[in-house]
Design a protein around this ligand. Structure first.
Ligand code: MOS
Length: 759
């Protein structure tokens, strides 16, 4: 099966590129022409199709499943459930994965207990998808139900600390006492509804067999090694018996950090039936695994009458399941954004009869920064200050929580350039001061912050005699532009045209790479690529020193040479390559001279923990927005957004801007539309489809302007980049809420801010 995945490559004639250029996605054409195949698009003639049956109760025990009707459907091969579970999935196996929170991961089909509505309780396997789907609708479960509880707000008093988690940073000073004695006080509570992942590509796993009987699994995941390792643990297989691939992923942003249940069910069925099996979840079933958790928050801000912050107290309570303590960083950001001598942060959990929540783009920070940044706007009005001036007044030059310097922080430039672009200085602060036609117009702003980090990774590289450079690593591209960005870094380092560079990723048998998550993939893999290119250049340099007639025979340091236009040249004082005339060797010439063999290199990136540990590192943004509110209908239109982002060096300016635009669009959805409603009598999410769970669409999106301020952070990564995966969504919902206040005089402290709340 190997070799059939498209390896993206830039169009012929693209030529040389530099970090910071606007580069078209090299995988774009393969994706829009259908050549890029996703997890559910790998088919063999003997493939079987699995369809999942989900529980209809929120808590209880399965007494029996009536399978008579299902098994009678022509084409149905088997129905797997715990009552006839193949012995291959080991009950005592560890199901934990790299992203598991503390607790005992859910084990599909391993017992009769139902933990949440929508829990997978059977897999119908048939020769066609249609037969499996029809038969799945005929499976009748008989369950004994127990009392369930899915209500966060009614259980706040029972909230507990998260197990196995160090929790938010400890207190600075005495937040509560300082708050009480502050001349100006804001004390407000917030609620954030449940959101579900709705990437374009549904979660799917296709299990194939290679010639030796090993498994080749196409899985929708953000990390093929993580999926492989879980398969090996659960089914007692060795790593060399399983390859997991995800060369193309149709969106994920957290939903693919943990292997989802369809993966284990597909592997179970394939091993049991000894045939290829594919399991695809339906859109409705995408609402049965993990979600952005519901949150309750309280923020207390104390300040002097000139706006100087005296106290920040931020408490949050979120839901988790009864079997795992999912704990995201909600309140931590409130200790990192503003200079303040008294800070207290707390984060606790309530156990509910729902599946364990799951990371979703900027997990924790989206909720936390919404609360903090709305509260800051309230404080600005309480002290009679411009909201932007209040933030500048309390600007933190060092990380308030740890006292460490920032490795880089150009947030001030974000504020200044964003405000300039938006025209913020023309804002009349009075609520309800601007009306156009039937709509009230409001302007609001907020700050965004997200962590900037780096992980370990390995990359290998092969420079072919014809000058093509092939890199590989078990990295992922979940649609974020990894392929392109990594090829840009390599093309610049080696002085090769972009179309001569390819990156193979999305395969667990390639050199180690972490999950694509936490906005750290570029800082990680980009640095590893830079490292492997160093190795290659050193090798080429030492070859050139021995080459007959080479101008580099007298070179005694590899740093004396530079690579440009497919050639090795003398390096000039400014680091650039000298002009060709001063002596140059074409890489192809060098490789031909040395025998026409490829040159190989391998590099392992280990983050410099010492230097990184001495700093606080974060990406920042300033978001400005304009809303138009129709009070009769309660509708809100976000007509203009300026997002000014500081995220280190930008590698591919085009993809980075797209990332931030995408984040803003999701922020609009989060602010105004996205919410999964629970019927607490049934303990079930009710609006589990795109007609009732509204994600922002073109009609909701107007003018979005993204600017990147100049920043370069060689602590976070040697290429100076921090990553932009999550920063785009942050601050958006708060800026919208603040703009709605400016438009209407009404303060909204819940997401989503639907028309019933606006009216
Ligand atoms: Mo992201 S929520 O780390 O995929």
């Amino acid at each position: 099966m190997s070799g059939q995945d498209v390896i993206p490559v830039a169009e012929g004639g693209t030529g040389p590129v530099k970090i910071g250029d606007e580069v078209d996605r090299i995988d774009g054409r393969a994706k829009v022409t259908g050549q890029a195949r996703y997890a559910a698009e790998h088919v063999t003639p003997d493939m079987l199709f699995g369809v999942v049956v989900n529980a209809g109760v929120a808590r209880g025990r399965i007494l029996s499943l009536n399978l008579d009707e299902a098994l009678a459907v022509p084409g149905v091969v088997d129905v797997l459930w715990h009552g006839r579970r193949p012995a291959i999935a080991r009950r005592d196996a560890c199901y934990r994965d790299e992203d598991s929170p503390p607790g005992s991961p859910f084990k599909p089909l391993l017992g009769d207990e139902v933990f949440f509505s929508g829990q997978p309780i059977a897999l119908v396997v048939a020769q066609t998808f249609e037969a499996a789907r029809y038969a799945a609708s005929l499976v009748r479960a008989s369950c004994r139900t127990s009392l369930h509880d899915t209500h966060l707000l009614e259980n706040l008093r029972d909230a507990h600390e998260a197990a196995g988690d160090e929790g938010p940073p400890g207190p600075v000073g005495d937040g509560d006492t300082a708050f009480e004695s502050s001349p100006v006080k804001v004390d407000v509570q917030f609620h954030n509804g449940v959101e579900h992942h709705n990437p374009l590509e549904m979660h799917a796993s296709t299990v194939l067999f290679d010639a030796d009987g090993g498994l080749v699994v196409y899985d929708k995941t953000q990390g093929p090694i993580n999926s492989r390792d879980v398969i090996c643990k659960v089914f007692g297989l060795k790593p060399e018996q399983v390859v997991v691939r995800n060369p193309f992923v149709g969106g994920a942003f957290g939903s693919g950090l943990r292997p989802q249940y369809q993966l284990l069910l597909a592997v179970m069925a394939a091993l049991h039936l000894k045939q290829p099996v594919r399991v695809v979840l339906t859109r409705q079933q995408m609402f049965t695994f993990g979600h952005r958790p519901e949150a309750w928050q309280r923020v207390k801000l104390g300040a002097d009458s000139d706006g100087k912050l005296r106290a920040i107290v931020h408490e949050a309570v979120e839901e988790t399941s009864r079997f795992e303590d999912f704990s995201e960083r909600v309140v931590d950001w409130s200790g990192r954004l503003y200079r303040c001598g008294n800070i207290r942060l707390s984060h606790r959990l309530v156990d509910l009869d729902r599946y364990t929540p799951l990371d979703m783009r900027a997990p924790g920070a989206t909720h936390g920064s919404f609360a903090l940044e709305v509260a800051m706007d309230e404080l600005a009005y309480a002290v009679g200050m411009d909201p932007l001036a209040l933030r500048l007044k309390n600007y933190a030059e060092r990380d308030p929580a740890s006292g460490r310097p920032f490795s880089s922080k150009q947030l001030r430039a974000c504020y200044e350039q964003g405000a300039e672009r938006f025209g913020w200085s023309r804002r009349d602060p009075r609520p309800r001061s601007l009306r156009e036609g039937s709509e009230l117009v409001g302007w609001g702003m907020a700050t965004g912050i997200w962590e900037a980090s780096q992980q370990s990774a390995q990359v290998s590289a092969t420079l072919q005699p014809d000058g093509r450079l092939e890199l590989c690593s078990a990295a992922s591209d979940i649609g974020t532009g990894t392929y392109t960005a990594l090829c840009v870094v390599a093309a610049e380092a080696m002085g090769l045209p972009l179309e001569q560079v390819t990156f193979r990723l999305g395969d667990s048998s390639l050199p180690n790479a972490p999950l694509e998550g936490g906005s750290s993939h570029l800082a990680t893999l980009g640095s590893a690529v830079a490292g492997v290119c160093d190795e290659l250049r050193r090798k080429l340099w030492s070859m050139a020193r021995t080459m007959q007639g080479s101008p580099f025979r007298r070179s005694n340091r590899s740093a004396e040479v530079a690579f440009a236009d497919g050639q090795m040249r003398w390096r000039q004082a400014d680091g650039s390559a000298a002009r060709e005339g001063d002596g140059a060797v074409a890489i192809t010439e060098l490789l031909a001279w040395s025998g026409g063999q490829p040159v190989q290199a391998r590099f392992e990136l280990r983050p410099d923990g010492k230097t990184q540990g001495r700093h606080a590192s974060a990406t920042h943004s300033a978001v400005f927005c304009e809303v138009r509110v129709d009070e009769d209908f309660g509708t809100v239109r976000v007509t203009r957004v300026v997002s000014a982002v500081a995220a280190g060096r930008i590698v591919n300016a085009k993809a980075a801007r797209s990332q931030v635009i995408g984040g803003v669009v999701w922020g609009i959805g989060q602010a105004l539309h996205e919410e999964t409603h629970t019927d607490h009598r049934l303990g079930r999410f009710m609006n589990h489809n795109l007609s009732e769970y509204h994600v922002a669409v073109n009609a909701d999106v107007h003018d979005i302007d993204v600017l990147f301020v100049r920043e370069d952070d060689r602590v976070v990564s040697r290429i100076g980049a921090k990553g932009v995966g999550e920063i785009g969504i942050l601050g958006v919902a708060a800026a919208i809420s603040n703009a709605i206040f400016h438009a209407t005089g009404r303060r909204l402290r819940t997401t989503p801010m639907t028309p019933d709340k606006v009216m």
